[in-house]
Ligand binder design. Structure first.
Ligand SMILES: Cc1ncc(COP(=O)(O)O)c(C=O)c1O
Length: 365
């Protein structure tokens, strides 16, 4: 077929973006490598899956899928607003939290804006900014894997449009402490929006937890915190995440830039039931944190340098370009994620799967 597509149709910023380093679905793995995937540990999914209550809610709702869902996600927003002691006007749901990250960039970023994040970082925190012609400052973690508070405060002095980072950090795993967080938030100019991505918040040990939204409100900063049902709630496949904002006008604007029906009818029922099944969540967290400590210890015993983690994954230095190890593991049916970001190309991230999957990984290693 003759190519008819004029390459300059695509904006330069988009053409220059790297491809997103997404996890590999199991059927794609089999098609490419010709073997079964024995341990899928590349996407931070929950091996215990969703609450059975969420599954049966989706089954019951399936006959009604010919109707559009509630575009305003009223019931879900009320539920989360009650948890955060705010009003539904401060809450937004999306097709995964990545939908909301995209909406945030579309809403506030202008060409030549400045965005600050940390390094290594979740790719979409950077890509969304680059897609709109913004420049991104990536502040590296300190060598002991503490959060780079000084570097972030220095970067904030230039009054960037947006500060965005996750804690626990994906891919590295460390959490920012409450004192560190207060220092960073206090250093932000009121013209800077702080987006605090808490995709892995459920896995944080109680002694490391703090109420980030309350701190940002106390310090009077414009802020958005993001959470997801893809990780601890085991609903990655249905795509649902949410944000809570300091200010209702930000949510009103984000509602215009996200997909109007991004949260489908089945996802909405599943999320609602998942929130109510805290016993299932507790089981997931218990299993993941136990495995995380066990696998991190096993990796350290094998001589690998690991970042401290409070998430459902471990980030470790493979000692060579990560692709060498990740491809060797793939040949044994084990999927982990090799990192591709400058400075961290020898590091890889392994998700905590079932004990059996984790053992398959450790044996293959
Ligand atoms: C830090 C972080 N934020 C956001 C997301 C997006 O999650 P989802 O779109 O599945 O809700 C992820 C997924 O890996 C993540 O690691």
């Amino acid at each position: 077929m003759t190519e008819t597509f004029p390459s300059d149709l695509v904006r330069k910023e988009i053409a220059e973006l790297p491809d997103y380093n997404a996890g590999l679905a199991q059927d794609r793995f089999k098609a490419i490598y010709g073997i079964e995937c024995r341990a899928k540990l590349d996407s931070n999914e929950s091996p215990l899956g969703p609450s059975p209550r969420a599954v049966s809610a989706m089954q019951s709702a399936s006959a009604g899928v010919w109707r559009y869902p509630d575009a305003a996600n009223t019931a879900l927003r009320e539920k989360i607003a009650a948890q955060f002691e705010t009003t539904p006007e401060h809450v937004i749901f999306g097709n995964g939290s990545e939908d909301l990250i995209g909406a945030l960039f579309r809403t506030i970023i202008r060409p030549k804006d400045h965005v600050v994040t940390i390094c290594p970082s979740f790719g979409l925190h950077e890509f969304g900014a680059l897609a709109f012609g913004a420049t991104v400052t990536k502040v590296p973690f300190n060598t002991d894997w503490s959060f780079p508070v000084e570097g972030l405060c220095d970067a904030l002095a230039s009054k960037p449009r947006l500060l965005i980072f996750s804690s626990p950090s994906n891919p590295a795993g460390p959490v920012i402490t409450e004192d560190e967080f207060r220092t960073v938030v206090a250093a932000a100019d009121p013209a800077t929006l702080i987006c605090f991505d808490e995709a892995y918040v459920e896995f944080i040990a109680p002694e490391h937890r703090f109420d980030a939204m309350a701190i940002m409100a106390e310090l009077g900063k414009p802020a958005l915190t993001l959470r997801t049902f893809s990780k601890a709630y085991g609903l990655a496949g249905v795509r649902v995440g949410y944000g809570v904002a300091s200010d209702a006008p930000l949510i009103k604007a984000l509602m215009k830039t996200r997909n109007p029906f991004g949260v489908n009818a089945l996802a909405a029922c599943a999320a609602s039931e998942a929130i109510d099944d805290q016993a299932h969540l507790a089981q997931v967290v218990q299993q993941a944190t136990h495995e995380r400590d066990r696998v991190a210890a096993a990796l350290a015993a094998k001589g690998y340098d690991c970042a401290p983690t409070q998430a459902n994954f471990v980030f470790f230095n493979t000692g060579a370009p990560a692709k060498v190890l990740t491809e060797a593991l793939r040949a044994k049916g084990v999927l982990i994620k090799g990192w591709q970001e400058a400075r961290y190309e020898t590091w890889a991230r392994v998700t905590m799967g079932s004990a059996q999957e984790n053992d398959i990984f450790l044996d293959a290693l």
